[in-house]
Design a protein around this ligand. Structure first.
Ligand code: SG4
Ligand code: ZN
Length: 228
C-alpha cells in the first residue's frame, strides 16, 4: 500500500519528495522559510488591501488529519498587488512554519485565498502567548473534533479586527507547505504576531497532529520583500 505523508516517522517532511512521486516537494522554491530581515528588500510597489467583514460566514470545520481547518463559502476578499482573491479556508500549524530572524512562534494561522484564475495567496499570521483571544476562543469552541470528521458551523464570525491594512508584512514566492507542495503561492507573512493565551495554544496543540509543521526550506536565490 502507498504510504501517505505525515509529520513524523517514515512519512515525515524529509521523505515527502520521495513518497509523493508527482509532487513538487523537491522543488527549488519551497515553503516555509526563515525570513531574515537584513536580507529582505523594501518594496514600494507592494499593496495589500484587506476587506474582512464583521459578519463573515463560516460553513464548517474539519480535522483533515493534518490540521484543523475552517471553511468559508462566501469568503471575504483581499486585494494583493491589484488582484482580488477570496478567503477559502483558515487552518493552523503548531509551532509556526515560518520563522522571522530564526524565531519560531507557538502557532501559525494560514488564511488561504484564491483568485479567479486559481492563484493562491496565503496570509500567514504568527501567534504568541499572552492575553486571551476571542477569535481563538470562538475557533476552539468547536474542538475537539476527531480525525476525518467535519462539522457544520453555519455561523458568522467577526474577522474585521484580525488584520488591519496598516500592518507590516514580508512577502515572497513559494509553495504549499504540504504535498503536493505546488509552487504557486504568494506568501504574505505578518511581522507582528497576534496574541492568544497559553491555554488557547495548548487546546489547539492538543487537538491537531503534534508538530504539524514543515522544516525550513532553502531560498535558492529568492528575494523576500517587506512593505515598510
Ligand atoms: C493544511 O493541511 C490545510 O488543511 C490544507 O487544506 C492545505 O492545502 C495545506 O495545509 C497547505 O496549505 O497554506 N500550509 S498551506 O501551504 O490549501 C491546501 C486543504 O487540504 C491546498 C484543503
Ligand atoms: Zn498551512
Amino acid at each position: 500500500t502507498e504510504k501517505h505523508w505525515s509529520y513524523s516517522g517514515e512519512t515525515s517532511p524529509e521523505h515527502w519528495e520521495e513518497i509523493e512521486k508527482n509532487s513538487s516537494c523537491g522543488g527549488a522554491f519551497q515553503s516555509p522559510i526563515n525570513i531574515i530581515h537584513k536580507d529582505a528588500d523594501s518594496l514600494e510597489q507592494s499593496h495589500l488591501k484587506i476587506r474582512y467583514n464583521a459578519t463573515t460566514f463560516i460553513s464548517k470545520v474539519e480535522n483533515n488529519g493534518h490540521s484543523i481547518q475552517f471553511d468559508f463559502e462566501l469568503g471575504d476578499s483581499i486585494n494583493y498587488n491589484n488582484k482580488t482573491s477570496y478567503l477559502k479556508q483558515i487552518h493552523f500549524h503548531e509551532p509556526s512554519e515560518h520563522k522571522i530572524n530564526g524565531v519560531v512562534y507557538p502557532i501559525e494561522m494560514h488564511l488561504v485565498h484564491l483568485d479567479d484564475n486559481g492563484e493562491v495567496t496565503v496570509l500567514g499570521v504568527l501567534g504568541e502567548e499572552g492575553e486571551e483571544s476571542q477569535l481563538f476562543e470562538f475557533f476552539e469552541s468547536f474542538l475537539p473534533i476527531k480525525e476525518g470528521v467535519s462539522k457544520e458551523i453555519n455561523q458568522h464570525v467577526d474577522l474585521s479586527g484580525l488584520l488591519l491594512n496598516e500592518k507590516q508584512y514580508y512577502s515572497y514566492q513559494g509553495s504549499l507547505t504540504t504535498p503536493p507542495c505546488t509552487e504557486n503561492v504568494n506568501w504574505v507573512v505578518f511581522k507582528e504576531p497576534i496574541v492568544l493565551s497559553e491555554a488557547e495554544v495548548l487546546k489547539l496543540r492538543n487537538n491537531m497532529p503534534i508538530n504539524n509543521y514543515r522544516n525550513e526550506q532553502p531560498l535558492n536565490g529568492r528575494k523576500v520583500g517587506y512593505n515598510y
